[in-house]
Design a protein around this ligand. Structure first.
Ligand code: FO1
Length: 312
């Protein structure tokens, strides 16, 4: 397939999808537009988990035990931090810290997040283009749904890491989104792509913040005929993380049909797993064409065949 491929990306699922795509099309033709709603400033450092998960995965350096951070990691800085009683629920490995130090310093020098991300991607010799969806501040905020803290709004990482996403959620909001502008090249990358791919990332906390940046949802809607989404839900469960639980708590169906309902205005095709073949007609009834294939990328050979299916 000629022309560019633009991927709307969250963390782990998107990183695996991108790694597979780079085996099928030259990386120079791939642009990833990544979620920054998970970003946080901690110890004065700007941390961009989804940008880093994509970078480290494509560099072949992702920590295989965690799915985030760098392989061969040590944790001595965290040990020292713990000694002082510093914030230690968000684990920053010694190798990973180098990335956050560099990013933070460059941002303080006045570089944009897009520029710094480009520098980091080049330093890891990745051929693709990785763009934060915006250079502006955008933070996913989560309202707790039950218990003593019901109604309290916390940051995404306080929900995901500190509370291990094991608490009920009643609402999700993207703070800063309405005033954000898409980073340079984001809209063009969507407008001009031969194929737009919505990666198998969490629809409500990874893809929605990308779409919440003014102009992005409209651009993807306009590209609908060229857009393929991959369901992150297989047989009613998320492959990783709390997507199934969040979909359910926020009033969606935690199934490929629920995903189809969310993506029908944006994508012509929804790739669903063979395990959900019996739901293909229900997906079609939502107004999105189902494509049934194997989608579990941790299984041998599946990632590349999924990438081919997405581009076909
Ligand atoms: N996830 C965890 O479950 N625990 C952590 O301590 C943690 C630290 C961390 C540090 C850097 C980074 O880039 C990611 C990190 N993650 C951690 C993963 C991350 O919070 C989530 O996977 C994403 O934000 C969700 O896509």
């Amino acid at each position: 397939m000629e022309g560019g491929v633009t991927v709307l990306a969250g963390g782990v699922g998107a990183a695996r999808m991108l790694a597979a795509l780079t085996q099928v099309v030259p990386p120079e033709r791939i642009t990833a537009v990544a979620n920054v709603g998970d970003d946080l400033v901690l110890h004065g450092l700007h941390i961009s988990p989804d940008l880093d998960t994509v970078t480290y995965t494509l560099a072949g350096q992702i920590n295989p035990e965690t799915g985030w951070g760098l392989a061969g990691e040590t944790w001595q800085a965290m040990e020292t931090l713990g000694r002082y009683g510093g914030v230690d629920w968000f684990n920053l490995g010694d190798r990973d810290l180098g990335t956050h130090l560099y990013r933070t310093h460059r941002l303080q020098q006045g570089a944009s997040l897009t520029e710094v991300t480009g520098e980091i991607v080049r330093a890891w010799d990745l051929g693709l283009r990785l763009l934060p969806v915006t250079d502006d501040r955008l933070r996913t905020m989560v309202t707790l749904g039950e218990g003593p803290d019901a109604g309290r709004e916390i940051t995404f990482q306080e929900y995901f890491v500190q509370r291990r996403h094991s608490v009920a959620v009643s609402a999700v909001r993207f703070d800063g989104a309405s005033n954000a502008t898409p980073a340079p090249d984001v809209l063009t990358a969507i407008d001009e792509a031969m194929r737009v791919v919505i990666a198998p990332s969490n629809p409500v906390v990874s893809i929605d913040p990308v779409l919440a940046v003014p102009g992005v949802r409209d651009a993807v809607t306009a590209a609908r005929q060229r857009t393929v989404a991959v369901s992150p839900i297989v047989a009613g469960a998320a492959l990783k993380g709390p997507a199934d639980r969040l979909l359910h708590e926020l009033g969606h169906d935690a199934s490929v049909v629920g995903v189809a309902r969310l993506y029908a205005p944006l994508a012509r095709t929804l790739v669903i797993d063979e395990a959900d073949a019996d739901l293909a007609d229900a997906v079609a009834d939502e107004g999105i064409e189902p494509l049934v294939t194997r989608t579990i990328m941790s299984e041998p050979g599946v990632a590349v065949s999924l990438a081919r299916a997405v581009l076909s």
